[in-house]
Ligand binder design. Sequence first.
Ligand SMILES: Cc1cc2nc3c(=O)[nH]c(=O)nc-3n(C[C@H](O)[C@H](O)[C@H](O)COP(=O)(O)OP(=O)(O)OC[C@H]3O[C@@H](n4cnc5c(N)ncnc54)[C@H](O)[C@@H]3O)c2cc1C
Length: 434
Amino acid sequence: MNNKLDSLTYYAATKKYDLHFPMLTEDLDVDVVIIGGGFSGINTALELAEKGITNIAILEGRTLGFGGTGRNGGQVMTGIGHDLDKIKRHVGEKGLETIFKISSLGAGIIRDRIAKYDIQADFCQGYAYLGWNPRHDKTLRGWLEGFRAASPDEEIELYTGSDVKKVIGSERYTSALKHMGGGHVHSLNLLLGEAKAVSEYGVKIFENSQVLNVEYGPRVTVRTATGSVRAGKMLWACNGFLDEELEPTIYRKTINTYAFQLMTEELPEDLMERISPIRGAYSDISPVIDYYRVTKENRLLYGSATQFIEYIPSDLKAWNRHIMLKTFPYLKDVKIELAWGGPLCCSVNLFPQIGSLPKHKNVFYVQGYSGFGVTPSHIICKILAEGMSEGSDRYSLLSSIPHLNVIGKDSFRNVLLSGGKIWHQTSGYWKGRR
Ligand SMILES: Cc1cc2nc3c(=O)[nH]c(=O)nc-3n(C[C@H](O)[C@H](O)[C@H](O)COP(=O)(O)OP(=O)(O)OC[C@H]3O[C@@H](n4cnc5c(N)ncnc54)[C@H](O)[C@@H]3O)c2cc1C
C-alpha cells in the first residue's frame, strides 16, 4: 500500500488502550480461526464468544486496527448505509423489510457494547445528513418519516433554511436531517475495547501473524511464518487487505477505492461551537460523500474521496484542506496536523457480503462494506455469527444476495473506478442525491 496512506492517524495518536498480543509461534487446534483483526474479525469473535463459542484464534498480520478500522472517520451512521432498493429485486418486498429492520440495529449495538464492556471509546451522539440543493432537500424530507418509523425513540428532526445553522456552521447547506441515534466514536479505542472483551472470554488473539497459506478441508489448516492453526471453521475478515493468492474467489467480488482524512489542530471552544452546535458527525448525501466530525479534544476530522476520477493525491493534507475549506472557509488559518487514507472495499451493488464458500461450507467470509463499516460491521457480524453457529433466517437472507465478480479489478482499477464514480454521480441526479 501507498506509504502516505499509512501515515500516523488521529486514532493511533490518541489511543487509550495499551494492548499487545503475541505473534503465533505454535501449532494450535481450535474450533474457529479468524483471519483479520479489524471490526469484522473482532466483532464476529465477540458475538461467537457471547454464545459460548470461545475456542477461537484470531490472526492479524500487523496490529489490531491496521486496516480500515484504525483509519476511518469514526462516523456512526444510523443504518447499513446503502440505498436498500438496489437489492430489492434479489430479496423481494418481505426481505427488504427484514433488512430494513436489521439495518436499524446498528448504532444501538455499538452503544450497548460500550456500556456492557465499559469501553473508553468517546462515543458521542449526534449525526446529521446534509443537503445543498432542492433535490437533496426533497430526498431528506422523504427520509424523515422512514427514519422516525425505524427509530421511534430517537430525536430526529429536519432543518431547512436559516435553521440549518442550528445543526452545522456552514453556508453550504440548505437542509439537515438530524438523527440523535447516530454519532461518532474513536474507532480504534472501540476495537481495542472489544478485543479486550474477546480476550477475557478466552479467545486467543495474535498480532504480527500474517497468514501465508490456507488448506481447506473438513478441518482447515492456516499457516503463518512461525506457526499454524487447525480449525473446524474459518472466517476471512480481511476486507480491502485480502491477498488474491490466498482466496481468489472472494477477492474478485470487490474492488478498492480510496478515501482520505485530515485532522486539524485543537480548536478553541467558540470555533467548535460555530462548526458543530450539536458536537456531531456529518455527511452529505451526494454519491461520493464528504464526511466529517468533531472530536473529544476539539479537533475536526474531515474526510472525502475523489469525485469522478480515481487517484491518490500526492499531498493528502493540502488536498483534504482544499475540500474542507469549501465547507468551512473560515478555517483557512487552522493548522492541519495529520492526514492519512485507506481503502474502501466495495461491492458492485454496494452491499456488504457475507456467506460461505460454495465448495467449502465451513469457510466463511465478510467484506465489501463499500465506504461504511463502523456501524454495518456491528450489524453484519452479529448475523454472520448466527450463520457460523446455529444458523438464522436473516443469515440465510443476507448470504443469498448475489455479488458479481469485478473483472479486470487489478489491471484496470482506476478506469473501472472512474467509470463507476461517473455512473454513480450521474444516476445520483435522478435519485435526488446530486
Ligand atoms: C479513510 C477511511 C475512512 C472511513 N470512514 C468511515 C466512517 O467514517 N464510517 C464508517 O462506517 N466506515 C468508514 N470507513 C470504512 C470502515 O473503516 C471499514 O469498512 C471497516 O473498518 C472494515 O473493517 P474490517 O474489519 O472488515 O476490515 P479492516 O479493518 O480493513 O481489517 C482487515 C484486517 O485484515 C488484516 N489482514 C489482511 N490480510 C491478512 C492476512 N493474510 N493475515 C492476517 N491478517 C490479514 C489486515 O492487516 C487488517 O487489519 C472508512 C475507511 C477508510 C479507509
